[in-house]
Design a protein around this ligand. Structure first.
Ligand code: FES
Ligand code: FES
Length: 133
């Protein structure tokens, strides 16, 4: 199994590790296939994601995808943040080995769960966003 340079870089030097204390939204998801857990914190101001951090208890691919997802979501509007999928994250990482594709789902799900939490806290509806599973 070979990983792209981008995956190795984001695994060895993950960006945005940590918590945001006054986060606007927090999403925690688990991967039923492997038991790994990912938590994403978003700081949203005026409808734009100003900061993103994560904590992941998981494999290298889960850490690399959390790192990339939190990088990609910064400075995005809520609608653009919502359109970030596991495919977007994988493309930005120049691919993942087939057996590791499911790990990238965690990043998408955690991002969406954090947006859902934000919407709940502010009593708003984000079009196209479904409640976390
Ligand atoms: Fe494997 Fe989503 S967790 S497909
Ligand atoms: Fe669990 Fe990758 S093996 S997220």
């Amino acid at each position: 199994m070979t990983y792209s340079n981008e995956v190795m870089d984001h695994f060895m030097n993950p960006r945005n590790v940590g918590e945001i204390e006054d986060a606007s939204g927090v999403g925690t998801v688990g991967n039923a296939k492997c038991g790994d857990i990912m938590k994403v914190y978003l700081k949203i101001e005026d409808g734009v994601v100003k900061d993103a951090k994560f904590k992941t208890f998981g494999c290298g691919a889960a850490i690399a995808t959390s790192s990339m997802a939190t990088e990609l979501v910064k400075e995005k509007t809520i609608q653009d943040a919502l359109s970030i999928t596991n495919k977007t994250v994988m493309e930005a990482l120049h691919g993942l080995p087939a057996v590791k594709v499911h790990c990238s789902c965690l990043a998408e799900e955690a991002l969406h769960a954090a947006l859902w939490d934000y919407a709940q806290k502010n009593d708003i509806v984000i079009e196209g966003l479904n409640p976390p599973k």
